[in-house]
Ligand binder design. Structure first.
Ligand code: SIN
Length: 307
């Protein structure tokens, strides 16, 4: 029996399978070498990159919760120039798609970041982070407003010919559909959803929040049903491909997102538990596609039965 075609094509870029790592959960990629065979992944999304390096938020900035994790990292990163100079060479010869996750505090920042990414041959696609709940400027402020999300996308589209993915926020509620439509109209090639959901945890002994900045973004299996519904909702409203994110921990979870309408998935919090989890998911998905009698995973995208 021939093994099924797991590949996923996005605006001229081919991902060998639909399993990517999510931004912020896999460093800049090469650090994970040895813990995971990166070449077996469909792609990796880098940590969020800004124009200048950022120190991020003060600690504590991570807290495990029931079936999930709260984080308020605040987009600590080395900046796009250092990424291109120091980290990109480590990815030479790694046979996987590299998606640069980009974060700005002004619309113009996204244009400059995309232009910089456009000049770097090893960056295959960009993902616009308009959904981080942990920063005061930019981030989710853009992601909950269809007009701002459209402006950011238009600026990015003018600045790069590489595929543009826009990472959406669940904090927009059902307005996430309007945000997705707005970015599609401005030329986004795909949307990835969902980023984390704003949350809080309290240490009752010290009577302080566990997270120094009080609130954080909740991720992990706790948010999976919410993510699945949002993917299903958005899939019915746009034509562009969707990349599902939200507590995906097993191949069955990934398959559920495919059926709900995602052409690919990103694995985030599960990488902290087991960095090789995404690798195994790709094999599990291949067996599932064959078992379903399909010759490619794309045949199963949105193939949820209604009765
Ligand atoms: C963070 O760095 O605070 C998390 C990144 C994100 O939510 O996009």
């Amino acid at each position: 029996m021939r093994s099924p075609d797991l590949s996923f094509e996005l605006a001229g870029v081919t991902f060998k399978n639909p399993v990517l790592t999510a931004s912020g959960c896999f460093g800049y990629g090469a650090e994970q070498d040895g813990l995971c065979d990166i070449s077996r992944l469909g792609g990796i999304c880098t940590k969020g990159l800004s124009l200048a390096p950022r120190p991020g938020n003060p600690p504590p900035r991570i807290r495990e919760t029931v079936a999930g994790m709260l984080n308020s990292i605040g987009l600590e990163n080395i900046g796009i120039d250092a990424f291109i100079e120091e980290k990109v060479p480590l990815l030479t010869g790694v046979d996987t798609v590299v998606v640069a996750n980009l974060f700005g505090v002004a619309v113009e920042d996204y244009a400059r970041l995309c232009a910089r990414a456009d000049d770097c041959g090893r960056i295959d696609a960009v993902e616009l982070n308009i959904s981080c709940p942990n920063v005061h400027e930019g981030g989710v402020e853009f992601g909950v407003d269809p007009v701002m999300a459209a402006k950011v996308t238009a600026a990015a589209r003018r600045s790069t010919s590489k595929p543009v993915i826009v990472k959406l926020s669940p904090n927009a509620g059902d307005r996430i559909v309007s945000v997705a439509r707005a970015v599609e109209e401005e030329g986004a090639d795909a949307v990835s959803l969902i980023n984390t959901i704003s949350g809080m945890a309290v240490d009752v002994r010290s009577r302080r929040p566990w997270i120094a900045k009080t609130y954080g973004g909740l991720s992990g299996p706790a948010i999976r049903p919410i993510a699945l519904r949002m993917v299903h909702l958005v899939a019915g409203s746009v034509k562009m491909p969707l990349i599902g994110i939200g507590g995906i921990s097993t191949w069955e979870d990934a398959a559920a997102f495919v059926l709900a309408g995602a052409s690919a998935v990103q694995v985030g919090t599960a990488c902290f538990v087991d960095p090789s989890a995404p690798e195994r998911m790709a094999s599990g998905l291949a067996e599932w596609v064959a078992e379903q009698g399909a010759s490619s995973v794309s045949e199963l995208v949105g193939a949820l039965r209604s009765e």
